[in-house]
Design a protein around this ligand. Structure first.
Ligand SMILES: [Cu+2]
Length: 160
């Protein structure tokens, strides 16, 4: 009995000691498409619904973002699967999708660009689009297969 307990404790220690390698995490740092925003300074709020009934999709009313805007996104998962709402640009989302394909269980606890919602869950994320963006602002669920299935939303960026 005692031996079993020790083994379990050892396994637990190992599991907690290597989360970055076991699950994969994004490092914090610099982003080409802006920075985490202050909720008190949000210029507007955009409601987003994640859906997977028949087709994967983000239902959101947003077509243009101006440089300098801070936007509060309120994301409700109305689907039957977990979904992520990740903010980025064309290049960063491509890189994120590649990483998720290698490590589908990747965690995003330390990543200010991404929130993950279980079915029925609603979360908020605030982003300041303070930098000039190359291409589009791209919102994507990078859980493998979801963006390809339609869970991606591209928005035009106005540099001034
Ligand atoms: Cu998804």
């Amino acid at each position: 009995m005692r031996k079993t307990q020790l083994s379990a404790a050892t396994a637990l220690t190992l599991a907690f000691a290597t989360p970055a390698f076991a699950g994969g995490t994004h490092g914090g740092g610099h982003y080409s498409f802006g920075e985490p925003g202050d909720p008190a300074k949000a210029d507007r709020t955009v409601s987003v619904t994640a859906e997977d009934d028949g087709k994967m999709a983000f239902d959101m009313d947003l077509s243009t973002i101006r440089k300098g805007e801070t936007i509060r996104f309120v994301v409700a998962n109305r689907g039957e699967l977990a979904h992520e709402f990740s903010i980025g640009d064309t290049g960063s989302q491509r890189a994120h999708a590649r990483m998720m394909a290698r490590m589908p269980d990747m965690h995003h606890e330390d990543d200010p660009t991404t929130i993950t919602m279980e079915p029925g869950e609603t979360k908020e994320i605030v982003w300041s689009f303070s930098k000039p963006i190359q291409g589009n602002v791209v919102f994507a669920c990078n859980i493998p297969g979801h963006a390809d299935g339609g869970m991606i939303h591209k928005v035009a960026f106005r540099p001034s």
